[in-house]
Design a protein around this ligand. Sequence first.
Ligand code: DC
Length: 220
Amino acid sequence: MISIAIDGPSGAGKSSLAKRLAAELGYVYVDTGAMYRSIGLYALRQGTDPHDAAAVTALLPEIRLDIRPGQGAQQILLNGEDVTEAIRREEVGMAASAVSAVPAVRAYLLDTQRGFAKTQNILMDGRDIGTVVLPDATVKIYLTASAGARAQRRLKELLDKGQAADFDTVLRDIEQRDYQDTHREVAPLKQAEDAVLLDTSDIDFEASYALLKKTVLERV
Ligand code: DC
């Protein structure tokens, strides 16, 4: 089985690039961020502080995630409800980053994530895929871009969707999420030693896609 691990900070374009590449290669796309987002969403709905590790851990027995990966898209059900769209909101991303620092949450998701790679060719994106989830992945990519470039892209996305947003707030959110994701004790975001570093700060989506595809195809 071939597994491609793509890690990197939020807003680097991982999921859009990964989805397209998975569809083109005919691999199953697994979005691990969606799993943390679903737990973050559940905590928000229960009025639980996503930073409160004990309270978040106590919620886990109430949570059933049904992850349905596909080629180029993944659907996720939280206790039977399709939350694929609901988890994309900005505040859910923040809650996801907070709950992802809780060791019990990471342990809860690990077997599920590893299970996907056992029986099919997959492309999995996240923060710790190359370092923890799939240390033997066929190809590891660390996809990044400067915080400023990521904030600029995110701002454009929000404005295109008709949402009010300003650069400084978006940049602050990105920097906060980077800090949380790289400073947690368990499985922090970092480049695996054997990962290929791709920096897309100065190239557009099409050029990033071409670079990613070439890098992967040279190695599978
Ligand atoms: O990729 P994303 O923005 O959907 O991820 C949301 C949060 O989930 C991210 O800020 C950190 C966490 N996450 C993680 O800790 N490990 C992963 N493999 C994927 C996501």
